[in-house]
Design a protein around this ligand. Structure first.
Ligand code: ADP
Ligand code: MG
Length: 353
């Protein structure tokens, strides 16, 4: 019989960096949201936010989870941290199955997996001082300590994220977006977690500040051996921080591999389109804008996804079979990593350019 983890193992393949066994293994994760369209109107629709998603994250490593808005990234993050109940599938963290744990049984585990959200403006309570914000998880778990102990810990955490101990007495509105995100990160680190789920942690920040916060996350990972699930809607953002990349489209992973495999040998047309949207860092390729793949149309309604391959309505290679059969996530071309396409290619030939 196939164990839940066999699936993620098969998807991970043998290639690429890893150390020991995974810290987190997600297998066939599925999340649907029932929605009632009007009081007496149509029957309930099911939003298929996440469908059969599998991946692993190794200690000290980063999986970059990428896809445009509405592809199910945040839902995946909320299921993994069990802030949402899952519809089906398995989430094994540090050897323990989380998918069916109660809120109460999740409590001791949650201190080991913390989440940082996109918007540093709404995720910090404006009435609390920075010290109270960072100390809160310590107090909740009874780790604040006596007298100066907790305070010293708060100061240490602030310095870890490049802030000053003197910032502890101030309020969130006194800081910039980048500084607020540093405060969110300090709070997430307070309990010394092993996994940080970062849901678009830099998407709301100015481009210049994005790199600073991303670099900080890289330094913290190295110093503390943290594992990251790093979510972004842009492949460029996760390029330099990721060991592995999973590309999501309309609830499914369409391509999965090491950062080198996905960036240098993408075989799924959606990945190729996302990559072609990244301005080249190579000045000799500055005029390659003609090579750009323009993805037309919007991401379809997840309450009524296309039959077969969900990407086919925006794909320049779609054939009749794409409407009938949902492509498996497999390494058809033997390039060392899988993609979910009936017609995978190393070059994006025939694209609208
Ligand atoms: P992403 O983070 O990639 O933008 P989300 O996970 O937020 O995507 O959303 C995936 C899909 O699920 C979207 O169509 C969204 O509208 C829907 N969705 C997310 N949360 C809920 C919810 N609580 N109830 C109903 N639909 C939801
Ligand atoms: Mg999101």
């Amino acid at each position: 019989m196939e164990r839940p983890s066999d699936r993620a193992e098969a998807v991970n393949g043998d290639a690429g960096p890893r150390s020991g066994s995974p810290l987190l293994t997600v297998s066939d994760l599925t999340k649907t949201f029932p929605v009632r369209k009007g009081l007496f109107g149509r029957p309930e629709a099911m939003i298929q936010a996440v469908t059969d998603v599998s991946f692993s994250i190794y200690p000290g490593q980063t999986l970059g989870l990428v896809g445009e808005s509405g592809s199910g990234k945040s839902t995946t993050a909320l299921c993994v941290t069990r802030l949402l109940d899952v519809t089906a599938g398995s989430i094994v963290f540090d050897g323990q199955e989380l998918a069916d744990l109660s809120r109460r049984s999740m409590r001791p585990i949650r201190r080991n997996m913390q989440i940082v959200f996109q918007d540093p403006y709404s995720s910090l309570d404006p009435r609390m001082t920075v010290k109270e914000i960072i100390a809160e998880p310590l107090r909740v778990y009874g780790s604040y300590g006596r007298r100066g102990q907790g305070e010293r810990r708060v100061h240490e955490l602030l310095e870890k994220v490049g802030m000053n101990a003197g910032d502890a007495a101030r309020f969130p509105h006194e800081f910039s977006g980048g500084q607020r995100q540093r405060i969110s990160i300090a709070r997430a680190l307070a309990l010394e977690p092993r996994l940080l789920v970062l849901d678009e942690p830099v998407s709301a920040l100015d481009v210049s500040v994005q790199a600073q916060v991303t670099n900080l996350l890289g330094d913290l990972q190295e110093a503390m051996g943290l594992a990251y699930l790093f979510i972004a809607h842009d492949l460029a953002v996760v390029h330099h921080v990721s060991d592995w990349i999973a590309v999501m489209y309309l609830g499914r992973i369409v391509e999965y591999g090491t950062v080198d495999q996905v960036f240098s040998q993408p075989t799924h047309p959606y990945t190729q389109a996302l990559l072609s949207a990244i301005p080249s860092a190579d000045p000799t390729k500055a005029d390659d804008r003609d090579e750009r793949i323009i993805l037309t149309g919007e991401i379809p309604d997840p309450a009524d996804p296309p039959s077969g391959c969900r990407f086919r309505t925006r794909c320049w290679k779609a054939e009749p079979t794409c409407a009938e059969v949902s492509p498996e996530l497999v390494d058809t071309l033997g390039v060392g990593h899988p993609s979910a396409c009936h017609f995978p290619e190393l070059q994006a030939s025939g694209a609208h350019r």
